[in-house]
Design a protein around this ligand. Structure first.
Ligand SMILES: [Zn+2]
Length: 62
């Protein structure tokens, strides 16, 4: 199940997919930003695979 998160370091969005696991309780897993390499820990039941996504069209805020 993919999830789009925004890097807290560079602000770029990337996709996170949990792979494997599923039978264990959630544990902190490293999640590395594919844009800048910033690493954060995140609770997951498997390894976290990340890949960059294109920046969504930014909404114009009037
Ligand atoms: Zn980043």
């Amino acid at each position: 199940m993919a999830e789009i998160v925004t890097c807290k370091s560079c602000g770029e969005p990337f996709e996170v997919v949990e792979v494997g696991g599923g039978m264990t309780s959630p544990e902190p897993e490293p999640m590395t930003c594919p844009h800048c390499g910033h690493r954060t820990m995140r609770l997951a039941q498997g390894r976290l695979r990340t890949r960059p996504v294109e920046s969504p069209a930014k909404e114009d805020k009037n």
